[in-house]
Structure formats: structure tokens, C-alpha cells
Design a protein around this ligand. Structure first.
Ligand code: NAD
Length: 323
């Protein structure tokens, strides 16, 4: 298939593109490089430097590509920033995304895979989290993703655009070539590894009095290869659906740091800071739906190999992509 990938110069989009190409698909990447990196673009893909907000850039790009499917990774994804600058999030994650949807409809695209998030649920009423939970986002980032899911539903009803919403938990790990290099890094694992590399003095723990066994927040980390595999399976769906995508296992912040100490052999000092507003104590996915409907199963359910793959990449690329 020919897949049109937005955000393919970013962390998740770059590795999913790599795996799509490895599986024999043709890939066109569309990215404005505001957050992504030119060196993260797989050289076997066609690359278009373009801006989703500009209809006269995205419409001809999709028209010319005439892809079989679109995978939409491009977005702004910093929860904290969305709390101070909601406009940026609704514009980029919703309004600019509508340009892409119009382009897909105009080009006769039949399938649309959307990078959604567990942040659409807000603070969950129950763990593990399945797709029947109410979606009540507690920040503009999560709300922008929920709005886009709802818009997709109308594009399916009106234009027969089949969509799959993949609501990721925490993506982690690296492939041999590509890894995680966000310009502003808020994710736990790369930040812990920066301490191991000697680039940061200590690792912040935000809150240690949560109602969890060791008092720190519990999160679900999914290996980037498992995440990419889910995208591949989603391409085969004939009708629209939404799936939670996590490993189904929760690890506390302290447990993650402990495993990183083992993997890196570094001491990794920590500093405990105030809890961040809106950080739910536990976010753990139920993978039941995607397992039973798409046959998806994580190959890397254990956290250590995930951190090992990230560590290997960060050691080889201590300054990320260097731009
Ligand atoms: N990283 C995670 O753990 C995680 C968890 C849940 C959901 N997600 C979602 O997955 C997707 C990818 O996340 P990531 O961590 O790879 O982020 P990322 O910032 O590394 O990648 C996003 C890419 O989109 C590009 N982009 C953004 N706005 C654009 C625009 N208007 N036009 C063209 N390109 C644009 C950026 O340059 C960047 O390369 C996002 O939609 C994010 O919300 C990520």
C-alpha cells in the first residue's frame, strides 16, 4: 500500500514509517520539521516539507500522492504547554487536521489511522482502562484529540472515510536507526537516560504521595515496535474503530528509574518535586479490544528491553539528531 504519513519526521512517525517500508509499503512523509528532524526521515520515503495549516500545501500533496491510507501523527503534544496556550493546540491538532481530512476526501483516500491518546479519558474511573470509559479530558491537548476523533466520526458518516483511532499510552524505546528526540523532552524515559548520560544532574519525580504502592505515579509504556505493529494491523480494518494501545502493565516512576539504573549502570540521582496538576495517579491500558479484534499482542511486554533499546539509541546519539 501507499501510506501518506504526517509527522513522519517525529519520534513515533519516523519509526512507524521505517517499519511500514520494511514491510513493503510505499511511504510519503509530510512534516513541517517544527518538532521533527530531517535526519529522522527514512531515506527510502518520499519527503515533503509542508505545513498542515496551509491548505495549498496539504491538498496538492495528498492529491499527487493518491495514497491508499493516511496515518496522522502530526500534532503538538505537550500537556503543560496546552494549559498555557490552548489556542496552539486547537489550531494545530484540530483546525489543521481538518485540512488533511479534506485533502484525504478529495483524493479518494479510504482509510485514516489517527494518533489519539489516553489523555482523551482524563482521570480514569477504573483501571485497567478500556474503550467504554467516558472520555473526559482534563487539558486542551487531550480535548483537541477527542475533538478530532469526533470530527473523524462525521467524516466516516458523510464521506465514508474509515478511521481507526489508536489511543496510545506512553510510547517508549527505539529502533536501531531512529529514537526519541523531542525538542522539549517531558517524557520520563529519555529524561532518566539524560541523567545516565551525564547531561542532567538528577531526575525529577513529580509527587510521591499518590495512592500507589510506592507513592509515585504509575504509567503504561508500550514499545515503539509494538505500537508500529498495531498501525500495520489497523490498515486491514474495513470499518471504523477506536482502540487503546498500551502494554497493559503499569510501572511506577520509581520502578522505571530502578530499571534504568540496572540497564545503564548509572546511579541516577532523583529529586522529588511538587505533583503536577492534572497528573492522574494511574494510567494503565486494557489491551483486550485490540487483542481480540485485530490479533495484536505486545512482543515487548517487559519494560527492561524497552529501556535497553532506548539506551542503545541514546548512547549512539547523545545529542539526538543534533539539530
Ligand atoms: N509520545 C507519546 O508517548 C504519545 C502518546 C500519546 C499520543 N501521542 C501522539 O502521537 C503523535 C506523535 O507523537 P510524537 O511523540 O512522535 O511527537 P513528535 O513531536 O516527535 O512528532 C510530531 C511531528 O509532527 C510534525 N508536525 C506538527 N505539526 C505539524 C504541522 N502543522 N504540519 C506538519 N507537520 C507537523 C512535527 O514537526 C513532528 O515531526 C502525536 O499526535 C501525539 O499526540 C504520542
Amino acid at each position: 500500500m501507499h501510506i501518506f504519513v504526517t509527522g513522519g519526521a517525529g519520534y513515533i512517525g519516523s519509526i512507524c514509517s521505517e517499519e511500514l517500508i520494511n514491510a513493503g509499503h510505499q511511504v510519503t512523509i509530510f512534516d513541517n520539521l517544527t518538532e521533527g528532524h530531517r535526519l529522522a526521515v527514512d531515506p527510502r520515503a518520499k519527503f515533503i516539507k509542508g505545513e498542515l495549516a496551509e491548505r495549498d500545501q496539504i491538498l496538492p500533496a495528498v492529491r499527487e500522492a493518491r495514497p491508499d491510507a493516511v496515518m496522522h501523527f502530526a500534532a503538538n503534544a505537550l500537556v503543560g504547554e496546552s494549559m498555557t496556550n490552548p489556542s496552539k493546540y486547537f489550531r494545530n491538532n484540530v483546525a489543521s487536521g481538518i485540512n488533511l481530512l479534506d485533502a484525504a476526501v478529495e483524493a479518494g483516500v479510504k482509510k485514516f489511522i489517527f494518533s489519539s491518546t489516553c489523555a482523551t479519558y482524563g482521570t480514569p474511573e477504573k483501571i485497567p482502562m478500556d474503550e467504554r470509559l467516558p472520555q473526559k479530558p482534563i487539558n486542551p491537548y487531550g480535548h483537541s484529540k477527542l475533538m478530532f476523533e469526533q470530527i473523524l466520526n462525521w467524516y466516516d458518516k458523510i464521506h465514508n472515510l474509515v478511521y481507526v483511532n489508536l489511543r496510545y499510552f506512553n510510547a517508549a524505546g527505539a529502533s536501531g536507526k531512529f529514537g526519541e528526540d523531542h525538542r522539549i523532552e517531558t517524557h520520563l524515559i529519555p529524561n532518566v537516560l539524560k541523567v545516565a548520560l551525564g547531561q542532567k544532574d538528577q531526575c525529577e519525580i513529580y509527587g510521591e504521595n499518590y495512592a500507589t504502592p510506592d507513592g509515585t505515579c504509575i504509567r503504561d509504556f508500550i514499545h515503539i515496535h509494538d505500537l508500529a505493529a498495531a498501525h500495520m494491523l489497523a490498515l486491514d480494518r474495513e470499518t471504523s474503530a477506536s482502540y487503546n494501545l498500551g502494554s497493559g502493565e503499569g510501572f511506577s516512576v520509581r520502578q522505571v528509574i530502578e530499571i534504568a539504573r540496572k540497564v545503564t549502570g548509572a546511579a541516577i540521582p532523583v529529586v522529588v518535586k511538587e505533583p503536577r496538576p492534572g497528573d492522574p495517579p494511574r494510567l494503565v491500558a486494557s489491551s483486550h479490544k485490540i487483542t481480540s479484534e485485530l490479533g495484536w499482542r505486545p512482543k515487548y511486554p517487559r519494560l527492561q528491553p524497552v529501556i535497553e533499546s532506548a539506551w542503545a539509541w541514546h548512547q549512539k546519539h547523545p545529542n539526538g539528531y543534533g539539530d
